[in-house]
Design a protein around this ligand. Structure first.
Ligand code: EPU
Length: 337
């Protein structure tokens, strides 16, 4: 059932080469349970792959790679406040969002057109235009590879943060997301405070948008700023936007008054990493076959034929330049495998 020496190149959106020592496509929780029962997953590390849109394949992996393809979308119920919908971890995220909108359920429109799978959405706590997956999350089912047991985790248990969750840390490593349930509020109101989104809706001539129109505006902004995955390989934003303590931020703003920033609920400030990188001269600049995207300096792109080592070399160079110019340490967003 496990395939030896399987190529991962077509399974990651940065199109980096690398082989998995052993590989399997997982179509159901039962299949995964069977693999555990027969002891197939007891030797060596396990790597879980969804859409491969947020990973850096560093080379050949001495691991068993499980590609999660668990399907399914269902309406699970409603109450006075919300509709509840569940999807299998292997469902395509943008297709799932589109489906919810077609059913007339608003709530996920700001997260339209983000590449990846439903199962990866809570792992990474994906976010865009003022909304994060956690804001619409109810619960998920996960299989514990150590015990073979299925767990149900609510929002608190998932410990969501900015592009963070339980599943990215040591404690969550043995957990495989099987399905995710979302809560889509009936009292829908648009979240269009993000400047780009507001401008796009104005350009569309829409003052009171429907969920579908918000999704259209989001899609238009993303198409303009982010590379088309069919043409240019990338993993979306390559670094997180750094969150600075108030003092550190004020010192930065004194030196660079034009730095784009977003006040956080806890009094700290999030700073646009794309701007920091652009100031260091990296926008549209390459190092070997990789570079920072000309339309959005936060996006690292593979112009063709790059290796994981070349990606990491560019990431390190950009990080070092931002550190020496601004004294700020950038943290990578994708997971290095
Ligand atoms: N900016 C520059 N130069 C650049 C890029 C950006 O000056 O080359 C400035 C922009 O002018 C703007 C600010 O930086 O003032 C923010 O840029 P943008 O709106 O493009 O968003 P971002 O902060 O770079 C984040 C998320 C994206 C998400 C967008 C929209 C992170 C790491 N990235 O990017 O998420 O789509 O906001 O909400 O938080 C992803 O995580 O993969 C991703 C694409």
């Amino acid at each position: 059932m496990l395939i030896p020496n399987a190529s991962l190149e077509a399974l990651n959106t940065l199109r980096l080469p690398g082989k998995a020592r052993r590989f399997a496509e997982i179509g159901s929780a039962e299949q995964l349970r069977r693999l555990i029962e027969v002891g197939e997953l007891s030797e060596g590390p396990i790597v879980i792959l969804g859409g491969g849109s947020n990973v850096v394949i560093s080379g050949d992996l001495e691991a068993t790679v499980l590609l999660i393809r668990i399907p399914g979308r269902e309406f699970v119920g409603e109450d006075a406040e919300a509709y509840y919908v569940r999807a299998g971890a292997g469902e395509d995220w943008p297709a799932f969002v589109e489906w919810t909108l077609e059913q007339g359920w608003g709530g996920l429109e700001n997260l339209a057109f983000i590449p990846g799978t439903v199962g990866a959405a809570p792992v990474q706590n994906i976010g865009a235009y003022g909304l994060e997956a956690k804001d619409r999350f109810l619960s998920l089912e996960a299989l514990d590879l150590d015990s073979g047991r299925t767990l149900s985790l609510d929002r608190g248990a998932c410990r969501f943060g900015y592009r963070e969750s339980l599943f990215k840390g040591e404690e969550g490593r043995g957990l495989v997301v099987i399905s995710v349930t979302f809560r889509l509020p009936k009292a829908w109101k648009p979240e269009i405070g993000y400047a780009d989104l507001g401008r796009e809706l104005d350009a569309m001539g829409v003052a009171e948008p429907t969920p579908l129109q918000v999704a259209q505006a989001v899609t238009a902004v993303r198409r303009r700023k982010l590379p088309d995955p069919l043409e240019i390989a990338s993993a979306g934003s390559f670094f997180k936007n750094p969150v600075l303590e108030t003092r550190t931020f004020e010192a930065l703003r004194d030196r660079f008054p034009q730095v784009p920033s977003y006040p956080q609920a806890d009094g700290r400030f999030k700073v646009a990493a794309g701007w920091l990188i652009e100031q260091c001269g990296w926008k549209g600049r390459s190092l070997g076959p990789v570079g920072m995207y000309a339309q959005q300096a936060l996006v690292l792109v593979n112009h063709g034929g790059a290796t994981g080592a070349e990606v990491l070399r560019l990431a390190e160079t950009v990080r070092a330049d931002v550190l020496s110019r601004f004294g700020i340490e950038l943290e990578m967003e994708p997971v290095v495998l």
